[in-house]
Design a protein around this ligand. Sequence first.
Ligand SMILES: [Zn+2]
Length: 117
Amino acid sequence: MRIAFRKIALESSPFALHLDGVEFSGNFQRENDKVAIQATLKGTLELPCDRCGELFEELRNDTMKLKVHEGYYEGDDLDVIESHDHFVDFEKIAQSEIEAIRSQYHYCDKCKELEGE
Ligand SMILES: [Zn+2]
């Protein structure tokens, strides 16, 4: 799902897409030179346990606020995503959010129990 920057209005619009068993949905709207996105990522992700290395499934329900800037962004807001093709690509954003979750530390249930001892 891709939307051209110039078509994005000041009023908030809804979006929803499905990716790898995960639902990425929310609202987006224009905010000066950026597009502000409020999103929820809901669904089951397969994650590698950082302790035993086993893959396990975790039910996620993450909410996030993102901003997309058309072209190079020179400000100091770390949450701004640059877009270089004049489109906001929701699928790409969802993928990078999933990657960000995967790159955090995760422990499977067995290892969580061990951690609690
Ligand atoms: Zn484990």
